[in-house]
Structure formats: C-alpha cells, structure tokens
Design a protein around this ligand. Structure first.
Ligand code: NVA
Length: 313
C-alpha cells in the first residue's frame, strides 16, 4: 500500500518524532539528503492561494535534488474540467509525489486512491498537517520538548488549523486546548480521534470557551485567521463572533511567563492578534515560516523512503 500524508494522524507518534528529527538534521545541513536525485519530479497543485506552501515546497524539492512542477489549479480545474481520478492517474504516472492544496478532504483522498504515488496534503478545508510539522519543529526548538507542554489555540475551532493542532498535538503528547465560541466547535469525530491518541501518548485535548481561562499557564499560544480561504464572505460576521478572542498582550500575560506565540500566517493584525504580540519578543513566527521548508523536506524524504519498493505505485 502506498503511504500518504493526508491528515496529521497518518503518522504514528514514533514516525512524527522521526520526521521532526530528520527536519532538525536537514535544517542543520540543508543538503544532507537527496532522495529525489535523478532528478524526479514532484507535482505541486495549488487550487487555493499560496505563498509559504508554494515557496517552501519549490525550494524543498529543489534542495532534495528533485524538480518541482507547479500546477495552477485555476488552469487545471480539477474536478470540473477533469475528474479527480482521471487527473490522479495522468499526473501520478509521471511524478514521484503529488502535493495538493485544495478544498475538500474527500477529493484529496480520491487523489491518493488513484495516483499510485504518495500524496501530501498542502492544506484542505479540514486539515493543514504540513504546517503542524513546522509548528512542532519550532516549538521543539524553543522549548526543547513537546510532550507535556500545553498549547492553547484561540479562534475558529472548526477550521483546518484547529483540527490539525488537535491531531498532531495529541500525537506529540501535548495538552491541546481549543478556545472557541460555542458555534465554532471542532468536528466531533476529530476531537474523539485526538482524545484517543492523547490517551496513548499522555497528552490531552479540551475545548474551552473563555479566552483568559483557555490561555492560563499555556506554554504555547497560537491563533489563525478568523476567516479561512473560501470563507471571505463571512469575514464581517466572524469578526463579531470572535470578538474577545484576539491574542493581546493582556492575554499573553495569563500564559506562562516564557510562553511563545505562533501563527501560521497570513496574519490580520488587529483581528486575531495585536501587532504588539505578533511583532513582539514572544513571537516565533519567522522561525515557524522558515520551518515549513525543513519540515516538508523531511516529510518528503521520509515518505519516499517509506514507499520505496511499494507494489502498487
Ligand atoms: N485557516 C487558514 C490557514 C491558512 C494557512 C486558511 O485555511 O485559510
């Protein structure tokens, strides 16, 4: 069976740690691995807007001595001009791996079913697992560990980042708190799966409504845009719904004194976070953005090694 990375719990706790270890090694020595030497091509299909993802995968594949091939989703029109299974078989017969940023998680799963090569989730409506590898690498760099740390996520509890924090944080043995209004609860099946993982790793997951309580004593405070890509029409309604969930200096003061602040970016200063916090001394967002590169290189190298000798490619 070809292995893919479609959601954060597609890797075990041991595998997640292995990928993060490799990412740290590749950060220290950027050209230490060349699994795509040949070179082999990796398709990067971008249906939604992208800056960090396109940059870090393009640079990463190049540094692994492969050839990145950027597919403009607007031109390819996957799912309308051609079906996902047809596209999967056309591209999958020519490339070493497919990286796809799209809307529906079910389309990504269909791509994986038909591609015959590893498929990587570069963000869907439901998950953003590559971002979480970068976040965990960043937290580990600044805190020296992951297991046992408390991470508080404030904002939209039903979006891709909240879901990925639940799954990836639980896998890492962290205590993940989702702090969100009642109308924006995480998906129950994802919350249940995160709780199941946390029970085995020694972590925990919880959903809280009150920001001050949610951030109290946290080692890591994170947030995300209140209106994700595809939700632009809801921007004003969401600004009302999430008023009070802004990460301010006052809120950071309720967290641990040495707490760090993360944001996957792009950030909307004055909405989900103040400029004082995101541009202040506790913010590690530039390390986090850089770590997309190292984490994804490690993921690609690890996934291709895992699939070496696979029979259905
Ligand atoms: N939740 C955000 C993440 C951006 C990286 C979005 O989907 O737009």
């Amino acid at each position: 069976m070809t292995r893919h990375f479609l959601r954060d719990d597609d890797v075990t706790p041991a595998e997640q740690a292995e990928i993060l270890d490799l990412a740290a090694r590749l950060k220290a020595d950027r050209f230490a691995a060349a699994p795509l030497a040949g070179p082999q091509t990796v398709a990067l299909i971008m249906d939604k807007p992208t800056l960090r993802t396109q940059t870090s995968f393009t640079v990463g594949v190049t540094e692994l001595q492969g050839a990145p091939f950027l597919v403009d989703g607007a031109k390819a029109q996957i799912g309308t001009r051609e079906s996902v299974p047809d596209v999967a078989r056309i591209i999958g017969r020519q490339v070493a791996a497919i990286v796809w940023r799209t809307y529906a998680q079910s389309d990504l799963e269909t791509m994986a079913q038909y591609a015959g090569v590893p498929v990587i989730n570069a963000l869907t409506d439901d998950f953003h697992p590559c971002q979480l590898l970068a976040d965990l690498l960043t937290i580990r760099e600044h805190k020296g560990t992951l297991a046992g740390l408390t991470l508080s996520y404030l904002g939209d509890g039903a979006n891709n980042m909240a879901h990925s924090y639940l799954l990836a944080g639980a896998t890492a043995g962290m205590n993940v708190r989702i702090v969100t209004p009642a109308a924006y609860q995480p998906r129950q099946d994802i919350l249940a799966e995160a709780a199941r993982i946390a029970a085995a790793t020694g972590g925990s997951v919880s959903v809280l409504a009150e920001p001050g309580e949610g951030a109290a004593g946290a080692d890591v405070v994170v947030t995300d845009t209140w209106a994700s890509m595809g939700q632009e029409d809801e921007k004003e309604a969401r600004a009302v719904a999430f008023a009070g969930y802004t990460v301010t200096a006052e809120l950071m003061a309720t967290a641990a004194p040495d707490a760090i602040f993360l944001h996957c970016l792009p950030a909307y200063r004055g909405y989900e976070v103040t400029a004082e916090v995101i541009d202040g001394p506790q913010s590690v967002i530039w390390d986090e953005a850089e770590n997309r590169l190292h984490a994804q290189k490690a993921l690609l190298a690890w996934l291709l090694a895992e699939n070496e000798g696979g029979t259905d490619a």
